[in-house]
Design a protein around this ligand. Sequence first.
Ligand SMILES: NC(=O)c1ccc[n+]([C@@H]2O[C@H](COP(=O)([O-])OP(=O)(O)OC[C@H]3O[C@@H](n4cnc5c(N)ncnc54)[C@H](O)[C@@H]3O)[C@@H](O)[C@H]2O)c1
Length: 404
Amino acid sequence: MAVTFAKKGFKTTGFDVSEKRVLRIKNKENYIHDVKDKDLKTVVEKKFLNATTDFSFLKNTDAIIICVPTPLQGKNPDMSFINASVEHVKDNLRKGHIIILESTTYPGTTKEVLLPPLEKTGLKEGKDFFLAFSPERVDPGNEKFKTENTPKVVGGVSFVSTVVAKTLYEQVIETVIPVRSSGEAEMVKILENTFRIVNIALVNELTELCERMELNIWDIVDAAKTKPYGFMPFYPGPGVGGHCIPIDPLYLAWKAKTIGLDTKFIQLASHVNHHMPSYVIKRLDKLLTKKKKHPKILIIGVSYKKDVRDLRETPVVEIIEQLQKQGKQVDYYDPLFHYFKINNIDLKCSAIDKKSLAKYDAAILVTDHTKLPYKAFADGLKLIFDTRNAFANRGIVRDNIKVL
Ligand SMILES: NC(=O)c1ccc[n+]([C@@H]2O[C@H](COP(=O)([O-])OP(=O)(O)OC[C@H]3O[C@@H](n4cnc5c(N)ncnc54)[C@H](O)[C@@H]3O)[C@@H](O)[C@H]2O)c1
């Protein structure tokens, strides 16, 4: 978002508590995959983008967009990052400021968590300053939809804040969709992600059923999607990852509980999706017909999603932990990670020459990166358990490749 504003000629400043990230921006070092290196370099060189850890400079800005992390603490929202940002904004709030929260959060946050401390300054929302919510809708790795051409939803605490926020985003984004309130805008984001988690869970559940009935779920989804209306394809997988899909719906579940409601779909979907790593291992065990005490397994792809250098909530952690617990020897290959170090897992990326591949009793394809050497894997590995239908999607169908 910062680069998008800077590219359009807005003097933009990134505020971060991380000295390291601020330095990287100042040094024109791009750390976000979806931002082009060239764009970052240009806007920093032209002095349209700067970065700082000095929050007192917030006073000199006209618009403040907050996009700090919103993780979970257990199963509850961790609002500490938002609270810390609001304190910084409050200390530097002045007449005419527009503040927009973009962090994904439960409906009610902008009005309940941001508004009270900001109004404690004596300034009035909708008159002295403006406050709105607008969900970040970035789809990491998506080549077609970038910040500029992804429609942006905005909802203000007051009507006038909706108008101000909409006007701001319209300077840089093709389509801006105003909704009635900040609460509606917050709910839009959670609805989008809940829709995904529920539909992924549905198809994951059907995968196990199809296996028992000797049906191919991938063929079924592909045939169903030929229906020109009323169906949208979702595919099974080894579990959901990323910091959005598995987490955001739990923000809603938490909020629902505080007002005495149960969000049964979310709980059920989380339960089904969490079960997938165990199911993948169960299927692999069925395929490993030669019973060895310590079979050697290669994990292909560790990020939570293809072509993305992001390990947050990746289901591969649980898959590797469970395999190691069973006494299996686990290596991995992922062109985006030289090392894989999470929890008690500490692995170095494996070689994948012919001789190295021949050592493995089986491989599990977890993440279907575009740039994997699919043909070499198909030729060199004894057995591949493909949890993404990645080989068939590339026209590689062999007896040694089994699909989820
Ligand atoms: N990345 C995505 O694709 C994506 C998509 C949709 C929604 N979101 C939402 O956007 C929010 C941010 O996600 P992200 O992936 O950019 O997180 P991130 O962890 O990559 O970046 C957050 C940044 O905020 C900084 N930060 C932490 N506390 C701060 C504070 N008090 N003041 C200023 N900076 C602070 C961190 O140092 C970090 O640089 C989350 O709510 C997430 O759910 C992200």
